[in-house]
Design a protein. Sequence first.
Length: 200
Amino acid sequence: MPKLVIGLTGGIASGKTAVANRLAELGAEIVDTDQISREVVEPGQPALQKIAEHFGSDILDASGALNRSRLREKVFQDPEQRKWLEQLLHPLIRQTALDRVEQSAARIVVLVVPLLFESGQYRQTDLNLVVDVPVELQKSRVLKRDSVDALQVEQILAAQMERSERLAKADLVITNESTLEQLYVQVDQLYHQQLLPRTL
């Protein structure tokens, strides 16, 4: 079991991946639930078969892999469908993530969970780190990065915790509204001044 488990979260396009990558460079081990969520729906996995049975085979692309944008359209338009998908995938993803944290021999393990507080997984961590970004900047980043329209961005943001609520639950906060260099400066300071001393 690692000495220190950090929960890392933030809204969509807040910069969680950039922060996690930097922490990995500094020596932390990363357990990323987004990555795990892709693994559990790979071709041949039982979860993908259940999704295809539920939504129909048009949810798969020509190679038999999950068509994510088609699935996203279906679940964000229908809260019941989103709930069904979450009930299938979340327990699988959570257990896989916890197993990897448990098996890690690293001094610091960072558990990256977009819905850290909503899912209750913050209870399994020692400290929770929020990457914060103003909502308007979030929207412009999502539109630039993902092939989604403005309405889908609003739906994704509506499904996530309010920014103020997320900040109120955070133990540590990094603000990502400037350059990548500025972000790295904050991550480096946090790692050396707050995280590493707790493992000594």
